[in-house]
Design a protein around this ligand. Structure first.
Ligand code: NDP
Length: 444
């Protein structure tokens, strides 16, 4: 058995109830075999065992009262996975499906993603099984205040800097930041995704979606293709999906479908993205309730069926394991040429195999959606320097970072015998930087 295989067995034994975490470890270790062969020092120094074990896992009670005075109890999490190259950095997710296994997988992915950005940020992730859907603003505020009352003991501008993720947008970040400042009595860049009037950065809101499209452009360029005239299907209609859709449109593509957990909307001539944005972001409606002024827009009540639509490009931007092997086969059969992941781990291992086997360009989330965290790091830089950069300045930095992530992933794939496989390349390039820094810092 190889070092990678033994490490996987070890991980399965130690994390028997965390299938998503094991899925992400398995994918990464599958790419690292040639790296371990080329450098036996990693095994001598127990790098893989240390790399897959979080530095710290925090679980806490979050009690809050609803508008009628009833007491509710949720569970809060923060996984501080790896701080070798900088302060822990990664979002907070509020969704009923949140449990420790999802938190660990997201934090583990974040370590590699943050390394790929080239910026000095370690990896972490957190959240709660709280569901903001259907709650009043006052209930969300009370929940956020209770959550931050405990979390504030564990984070700080140079220690751990959370941001948003599913269910945590501008409203939640505002409530969380206000409570942190009240408890700690300092104004520091402890959260990113803040409002522009109190330390936020321009482009942060758009960054994951825009960055995804910049990465996609690089993938297409490698085959002398571009976005112009392409039909694009995007799952989700949250922060990542909406801004990816806007950028696709600006680049000359047509977004023919978008979804949420209630189903998907489809219009072969292009859906009205601004209308979806207004309905989802401002009015907090489900996609089926968004008004569709553009003629010919249809609604289908099964969000998973979105992948049956014929398209040139698919951008899964909703959640993990939303695109399975069967959906991948349908996309291939329908002539899809590229898939880039806006969400974290949205394609199952079976789906990824289908894409690689059929030479569909495949951009893994840890590389393709790294624009959000990269721009968060740019927000941290502005906070530390008490500076504020223009939209164009930040967007130019974001674009450069995404192009570099593509190059690093593509070059590492080539160097280690996986030419054309950006998933393996991203895993290797992300790992090498952290592993070498871990060696330099001794056995800790
Ligand atoms: P949001 O909460 O803004 O949006 C999530 C969207 O996905 C909503 O439209 C939601 O629908 C939809 N959704 C959730 N589950 C499903 C499902 N099973 N099928 C179809 N749609 C579904 O989250 P984000 O846009 O911020 O995050 C989306 C993904 O991107 C996540 O995987 C996240 O980890 C990842 N990501 C986010 C980053 C960021 O900067 N925000 C950075 C990097 C990655 P509904 O409204 O009905 O719940």
């Amino acid at each position: 058995m190889t070092y990678c295989q033994r490490t996987l067995e070890h991980a399965i034994k130690r994390n028997p109830c965390d299938p998503e975490f094991i899925q992400s470890i398995k994918e990464v270790l599958g790419s690292l075999e040639p790296v371990m062969d080329a450098n036996p020092r990693y095994e001598e120094l127990g790098i893989l065992e240390r790399f897959i074990e979080p530095e710290r896992q925090i679980i806490f009670r979050v009690s809050w009262t609803d508008d009628s005075g009833k007491v509710h109890v949720n569970r809060g999490f923060r996984i501080q996975f790896n701080s070798t190259i900088g302060p822990y950095k990664g979002g907070l997710r509020f969704h009923p499906s949140v449990y420790i296994g999802i938190m660990k997988f997201l934090a583990f992915e974040q370590v590699l993603k943050n390394s790929l950005t080239g910026l000095p940020i370690g990896g972490g992730k957190g959240g709660s099984d709280f569901d903001p859907k259907g709650k009043s603003d006052a209930e969300v505020m009370r929940f956020c205040q209770s959550f931050m009352t405990e979390l504030s003991r564990h984070i700080g501008g140079d220690l751990d800097v959370p941001a948003g993720d599913i269910g945590v947008g501008a409203r939640e970040i505002g409530f969380l930041y206000g409570q942190y400042k009240r408890i700690k009595n300092v104004s520091e860049g402890v959260l990113t995704g803040k409002g522009i009037t109190y330390g936020g950065s321009l482009v942060r809101k758009e960054a994951t979606g825009y960055g995804l499209v910049y990465f996609l452009e690089e993938m297409l360029k490698s085959k002398n293709l571009d976005i112009k005239g392409k039909k694009v299907v995007i799952s989700g209609s949250g922060n990542v999906a909406i801004h990816a859709a806007q950028k696709i449109q600006q680049s000359g593509g047509t977004v023919i479908a978008m979804s949420d957990s209630s189903g998907y909307i489809y219009n072969p001539d292009g859906i009205n993205i601004e209308m979806v944005k207004a309905g989802k972001e401002i009015e907090r409606k489900s996609i089926k309730e968004c008004p569709f002024p553009s003629k010919g827009t249809e609604f289908n009540g099964s969000c998973r069926e979105i992948w049956q639509l014929k398209c040139d490009i698919a951008l899964p931007c909703a959640t993990e394991n939303e695109l399975d092997e069967q959906a991948a086969q349908t996309l291939v059969k329908n002539g899809c040429i590229a898939v880039a992941e806006g969400a974290n781990m949205p394609c199952t291992p079976g789906a990824i195999k289908v894409f690689l086997k059929n030479k569909v360009l495949y951009g893994p989330g840890k590389a393709a959606n790294a624009g959000g965290v990269a721009t968060s790091a740019i927000e941290m830089q502005q906070n530390s320097m008490r500076m504020f950069w223009s939209f164009d300045e930040v967007e130019a930095k974001l674009k450069e970072i995404m192009i570099n992530i593509y190059k690093k992933s593509s070059n590492a794939a080539k160097e280690y015998g996986f030419e054309g496989n950006l998933m393996a390349g991203a895993n290797i390039a992300g790992f090498l930087k952290v592993a070498d820094a871990m060696i330099a810092q001794g056995i800790v």
